[in-house]
Design a protein around this ligand. Structure first.
Ligand code: MCN
Ligand code: CUM
Length: 805
C-alpha cells in the first residue's frame, strides 16, 4: 500500500484537515452560476405574491378596497388582515417576545409596512395588481426620535395600551419596551463621583442594514393530499422557523419541511420571521398551489431587519495615570414599530454587557431602554454578535475620549488597562467569564507590524506641514482592540423562543470510507461545506474531499438552532468534533478486533489505528469503515455513524487588534485608507484562507458602515436611503487592501479550541475606521462626531473646527 511510504505529516496533509487552506468546495457551483437560490425554485402551478406597502410611517388604515386588483386577469387572491384574523394569523410572535402585525390591523407603524398581499399567476401581474389596491389612510403624528417618543403623548402601539408589564419587565411609558440593567449602579456612581478623571460622551451608532446581495424570500407549498407543508426560504435558522410555523399555524411539526437552499448572503438579515413567509404559507393553503415571494431591493432595505440604532451615553472613570476604575453606560435603543430583535430571551439588548471590552474594569453598570418609534422593526443583524458591535464601538470610542482627557497616547492607555494573560478565565464586572486571551501579545505584534512609532512621527510632521500651509491633508491612526463573545450559547442561559441554543451534527461513514455529515446550521457564504469537512477529516482520518456536508433541510438534519452570532464554529463545530470522536471510539474497537489485540493496545495515528509499539501493524480508517459493514464483531452493532447534540459550557471570546491609517482632505472631506491591518485571534484556525476571506468581507462592511452607509429617515418617517443610489455599498474602487495577521489562543473548553470569526471583522473594523477619522482631527480639538463619516460630514467636522479659513 502506497500509504505506508508516507510520513505522518504527508498523510495528514493529504487529508486537508484543520489548518489547511483548502479551496472552497461550494465555489465550483457559485462561480459557474450554478447555485440554487430560492428564486431558482420553480414548482408546478406556482403563484407569486406581492405586497401592498404603506407609504406612511404612521397612519390609521381606514379602508382597503381590493375590487380593482381582484378584477385583473390572473389575480387569484388578495389577502388583508381581515382575511387572516379568523385564522389568528393577522399578528405573529416576534423572536423578542413581542408581537408584530402580519398585515396592517387598523394602522401602520412604519413606512413600507405590509398592508395587503396580492397573489397572482406571475410576478408582473401581482406587482401591477398591488398598485390597484386602494387603501384609505388617515395620517397620524410620526415619531422617529426615540428620546421624543419617550416623552410623547402619541401612542404608537395601541394594542399594548395600558400594559405596564412587557416581555422583559416593567414598561415606563406607552412607547417604552423594556429596561435592562447589568452590573452595580451604586458602586459605579460612587467611583465616578470620586475619580481623578471622568470622561463623558454620547456615542451614537446609527441605523444601517446588512443589505445581502440576495433579498429575503420563500416558496410555500402545501400538499393538500398528504397534508405536508414544504417551505423553501432564505432562513438562517431553518429548524427554528419550522417550530415557529408549527406553533402559529397549528400544522404538526412532522408535517412541515423547511429547506434553506443556497443563501446569497444573510448577515443576520435572514434570522427573523417576516410577514412574507406567513402570507405565502396562508396563500398556499388557501389556493392549494405553491406560492413564491421574493422581495425587491427597496422592500428589503425598508422593511426587514435593520442593524444598530443605539444611543449610548457613556462615562468612564480613571486615575491620573490612566488606570480605568469604572464604566457607566445608558443606552436608548430604537427598535422601531415592533420589537423584532433576535436575541436570546434573557438578553433583550443582546450581549451589550460585553461593553467593558478588552479592559480590566473593576466596576461597571449598563442600562438599556428599548423604545418604539415609527421605523422598521428588527435590530439584530449585520455581523453583530448580538449587539457586540455596538458594545465594541462604545468602549473603543470611550477609550479614545478618555485618552484625550488624560492627554495620553491611546495605544498606551489600552495597554495599561488590558486584561492580562494570567487573569483568564476572567470574570468581567458585567457578568461574563472570558475563556482565554492574550491581548498584550496581540497588541504589541500589531503596533510593531504597522510601525506605530513611525506613524506617529509622520503624523506629527504632517500636522506641522498643515499648520505651515504646506498640505491640506491630515493623517489619522485608528486603533482598536476588541473582544468578541460568540457561540450562544449554554442552554442554561440562552434560548430563542424557549428553544435552547445547542447545536448538532450527524455523521455517517459509508462502507468505502467516504462520509456525509448533516448539521443544524446553514451556510450563507461562510463555506461550511469546506470547513466542517476539515474538522471531520482531522478527527477521523478520512480525506476532507471524501466528506459531503448537508445543511438546511429539516427533514434530514438533526435539530439545530442555525447560523448567526458566529455560533457555527463554537457550537456546531464542537458538535461535529464530538460526533467524529464517537465514530473514532467505535473505530478503535473495530481496529482492535481486526488486529487481534485489546482496545487499549491500539493507538491513533493520523488516519489509522496502529498496535502500540508495532506501528507497522495497523488498520486505516478506510479499512475500518469497510469492516464496520462486513464483519460480525462480537458486542458491536454493524455500521459506523454518530450524532452529537452539543451544549457548550461557555461562549468563546475571540479578539483582535485592528489599525487603520487614513488620510483626510479637510477641504473636500474625502478619505483614503492608506493601510488597514487586522490581527485576529479566533483560537484554533480551521481554514486560514476562509478566515482571511471572512475578515476581508467583514472589514469591507465595516468600512461601509463607518464611512457612509445608513438607513436615514426624514421627520415624516420617509426612508431616505431605500435604493443603492443612496445606500452606500463599497465597490472595488473604495475597498482598500488589507493586511491580515493572527495569534492563536485556543478556547480551553471547545473540543478543538476554536472560536468564531465571522463577526469579528465588523465588530473591530467599525471603531478602527471611526477612530482614524477622530484621530486625524484630535490635534484640532475634535472629541466626538457621529458616524457615518461620509465626505459631507467630514467636511462639516473640519468646518466646525474652523479649518476652512
Ligand atoms: N472558521 C475557521 N476557523 C475558526 C473560526 C471559523 O476556519 N477558528 C471558519 C468556519 O469554519 C466558517 C467561517 O470561518 O466556515 C465562519 O465561521 P463562524 O465564525 O463560526 O461563523 P458562522 O459560520 O456561524 O457564520 C455566521 C457569521 C455571521 S453571524 C454573519 S452575520 C456573517 C458571517 O458569518 N454572515 C455572512 N460571515 C458571512 N460571510 C458570508 N460570505 N455571508 C454571510 O452572510
Ligand atoms: Cu447579528 S448578524 Mo449574524 O448574527 O447572522
Amino acid at each position: 500500500m502506497n500509504d505506508q511510504t508516507l510520513t505522518p505529516e504527508e498523510r495528514a496533509a493529504n487529508l486537508k484537515g484543520m489548518g489547511s487552506s483548502r479551496k472552497r468546495v461550494e465555489d465550483v457551483r457559485f462561480t459557474q452560476g450554478k447555485g440554487n437560490y430560492v428564486d431558482d425554485i420553480k414548482l408546478d402551478g406556482m403563484l407569486f405574491g406581492a405586497f401592498v406597502r404603506s407609504p406612511y410611517a404612521h397612519a390609521r388604515v381606514v379602508n382597503v378596497n381590493k375590487d380593482a386588483a381582484l378584477a385583473v386577469p390572473g389575480v387569484v387572491a388578495v389577502l388583508t388582515a381581515e382575511d387572516l384574523s379568523p385564522l389568528g394569523l393577522h399578528w405573529m410572535p416576534t423572536l423578542a417576545g413581542d408581537k408584530q402585525m402580519v398585515l396592517a390591523d387598523g394602522k401602520v407603524l412604519f413606512q413600507g409596512q405590509e398592508v395587503a398581499y396580492v397573489v397572482a399567476e406571475d410576478r408582473y401581474i401581482a406587482a401591477d395588481a398591488a398598485e390597484l389596491v386602494e387603501v384609505d389612510y388617515e395620517e397620524l403624528p410620526v415619531l422617529t426620535d426615540p428620546f421624543e417618543a419617550l416623552k410623547s403623548d402619541v401612542v404608537l402601539r395601541e394594542d399594548l395600551e395600558g400594559q405596564t408589564e412587557g416581555a422583559h419587565g416593567p414598561r415606563k411609558h406607552h412607547n417604552h419596551i423594556f429596561t435592562w440593567e447589568q452590573g452595580d449602579k451604586d458602586a459605579t456612581e460612587a467611583i465616578l463621583a470620586e475619580a481623578d478623571v471622568v470622561a463623558e460622551e454620547m456615542i451614537y451608532y446609527h441605523r444601517t442594514h446588512p443589505c445581502p446581495l440576495e433579498t429575503c424570500g420563500c416558496v410555500a407549498s402545501m400538499d393538500k393530499v398528504t397534508g405536508k407543508l414544504t417551505l423553501h426560504g432564505t432562513f438562517q435558522a431553518p429548524h427554528a422557523i419550522r417550530t415557529v410555523v408549527s406553533l402559529i399555524s397549528g400544522i404538526a411539526e412532522h408535517n412541515i419541511r423547511v429547506i434553506s437552499p443556497d443563501i446569497g448572503g444573510g448577515f443576520g438579515n435572514k434570522v427573523g420571521a417576516y410577514a412574507g413567509y406567513v402570507c405565502s404559507v396562508v396563500a398556499s393553503i388557501v389556493t392549494g398551489r405553491p406560492v413564491k415571494w421574493v422581495e425587491n431591493r427597496m422592500e428589503n432595505l425598508m422593511s426587514t431587519a435593520f442593524a444598530r440604532d443605539y444611543w449610548m451615553q457613556g462615562k468612564i472613570a480613571a486615575t491620573k495615570d490612566g488606570k480605568i476604575t469604572g464604566l457607566w453606560c445608558h443606552t436608548t435603543a430604537d427598535h422601531g414599530g415592533f420589537d423584532a430583535c433576535a436575541d436570546p430571551t434573557k438578553f433583550p439588548a443582546g450581549f451589550m454587557n460585553i461593553c467593558t471590552g478588552s479592559y480590566d474594569i473593576p466596576t461597571a453598570y449598563l442600562a438599556v431602554d428599548g423604545v418604539y418609534t415609527n421605523k422598521a422593526p428588527g435590530g439584530v443583524a449585520y455581523r453583530c454578535s448580538f449587539r457586540v458591535t455596538e458594545a465594541a464601538y462604545f468602549i473603543e470610542r470611550m477609550i479614545e475620549v478618555l485618552a484625550i482627557k488624560l492627554n495620553m497616547d491611546a495605544a498606551e492607555l489600552r495597554r495599561i488597562n488590558f486584561i492580562k494573560a494570567d487573569q483568564f478565565p476572567y470574570q468581567s464586572a458585567l457578568g461574563w467569564e472570558y475563556d482565554s486571551g492574550d491581548y498584550h501579545t496581540a497588541w504589541d505584534k500589531a503596533l510593531k507590524a504597522v510601525d506605530y512609532e513611525g506613524l506617529r512621527a509622520e503624523q506629527a510632521q504632517q500636522i506641522e506641514d498643515f499648520k505651515a500651509g504646506k498640505t491640506r491633508k491630515l493623517l489619522g491612526i485608528g486603533l482598536t482592540h476588541f473582544t468578541e463573545i460568540v457561540g450562544a450559547g449554554p442552554v442554561k442561559n440562552c434560548d430563542i423562543l424557549g428553544l435552547g441554543m445547542f447545536d448538532s451534527c450527524e455523521i455517517r461513514i459509508h462502507p468505502t470510507g467516504s462520509a456525509i455529515a448533516r448539521l443544524g446550521t446553514i451556510s450563507q457564504g461562510q463555506g461550511h461545506a469546506t470547513t466542517f469537512a476539515q474538522i471531520i477529516a482531522s478527527e477521523i482520518g478520512l480525506p476532507a474531499d471524501d466528506i459531503t456536508l448537508e445543511e438546511g433541510d429539516t427533514d434530514t438534519a438533526p435539530y439545530g438552532l442555525g447560523t448567526y452570532g458566529s455560533r457555527s464554529t463554537p457550537v456546531a463545530g464542537a458538535a461535529t468534533a464530538m460526533a467524529a470522536r464517537k465514530i473514532r471510539a467505535k473505530a478503535q474497537m473495530i481496529a482492535a478486533y481486526l488486529l487481534e489485540v485489546h482496545d487499549d493496545d491500539v493507538e491513533w495515528d493520523v488516519d489509522r489505528f496502529a498496535v502500540k509499539g508495532a506501528p507497522e501493524r495497523f488498520k486505516t480508517m478506510k479499512e475500518i469503515a469497510f469492516a464496520a459493514y462486513n464483519q460480525a464483531i462480537p458486542g458491536l452493532e454493524p455500521g459506523l455513524e454518530a450524532v452529537s447534540y452539543y451544549d457548550p459550557p461557555n461562549m468563546t471570546y475571540p479578539f483582535g487588534a485592528y489599525i487603520c491609517v487614513m488620510e483626510i482632505d479637510v477641504d473636500t472631506g474625502e478619505w483614503d485608507v492608506r493601510k488597514f491591518y487586522a490581527l485576529d485571534d479566533c483560537g484554533t484556525r480551521i481554514n486560514p484562507m476562509i478566515i482571511e476571506g471572512q475578515v476581508h468581507g467583514g472589514v469591507t462592511e465595516a468600512l461601509a458602515i463607518a464611512m457612509g452607509q445608513e438607513i436615514a429617515y426624514d421627520e415624516m418617517g420617509n426612508v431616505k436611503t431605500a435604493t443603492l443610489m443612496d445606500f452606500f455599498i463599497p465597490t472595488a474602487w473604495e475597498t482598500p487592501n488589507y493586511t491580515t495577521d493572527h495569534t492563536v489562543t485556543p478556547s480551553p473548553h471547545h473540543p478543538i479550541g476554536a472560536k468564531g470569526v465571522g463577526e469579528s471583522p465588523n465588530v473591530g473594523g467599525v471603531p478602527a475606521f471611526s477612530n482614524a477619522v477622530h484621530d486625524a482631527f484630535r490635534p484640532f480639538g475634535l472629541v466626538q462626531s457621529h458616524m457615518p463619516h461620509d465626505h459631507w460630514r467630514i467636511w462639516r467636522i473640519a468646518n466646525g473646527l474652523g479649518m476652512h479659513g
